[in-house]
Design a protein around this ligand. Sequence first.
Ligand code: 5GP
Length: 237
Amino acid sequence: MEKREELYSGKAKSVYSTDNPDYMIMFFRNDTSAFDGKKVEQLERKGMVNNKFNAFIMSKLEEAGIPTHFEKLISDQECVVKKLDMMPIECVVRNYAAGSICRRLGVEEGLELNPPTFEFFLKNDELGDPMVNEHHIESFGWAEKAHIEKAKELTFKVNAVLKQMFDDAGLLLVDHKLEFGLFKGEVVLGDEFSPDGCRLWDKETREKLDKDRFRQGLGGVVEGYEEVGRRLGINFD
Ligand code: 5GP
């Protein structure tokens, strides 16, 4: 597959077209950003770690019957993905309270949410990714009702699969964010799954091993991601 021009560049990844219009190449950069791009740093090895982490998780999800855009790894920092027509929506599921829900609802970090709770956010940096509901999504035409319902159903399915997988590795999947798009009419998981877009705590000590290490200036960011990968059996060499 031939890599052609850059289609777009996000905060941590760049996407390139290929000689096949149905496929793209996703390049994981070492850039790390938080607070809607206000804090940005380069972290050595992060692109490679997230690329391999994402490949491992997407393959597990495919095995569990969840359609994803992931095709194959082609280098340390690149993989081939299907070209989706993305919905501009983030699907967040939370098993424990952390981050924005604590600020919004005044609940304590670490509170177990049973059943897990769910939120939609609009992808819009200028507005700070505001929380929206199904009615907003439908009324403003951001996505069709059937597609957003499917995305929500798949998000809960992903949560069930990954919560168990991380639990077996001695980790709590606190929350995570997913993005979906359409491929030939089917709702498919896109973007990435890495410690950049989820919260993972050690089950015993509740040590944070995700992007909160960067957001909160705790240091050892990539080391935290690699520790999670090591427990899952991912080979980063
Ligand atoms: P919160 O709403 O607490 O900020 O985020 C909930 C979860 O979704 C966290 O795991 C967080 O990492 C993830 N998340 C929310 N918005 C974004 C985003 O714009 N980019 C990334 N990478 N993750 C996000």
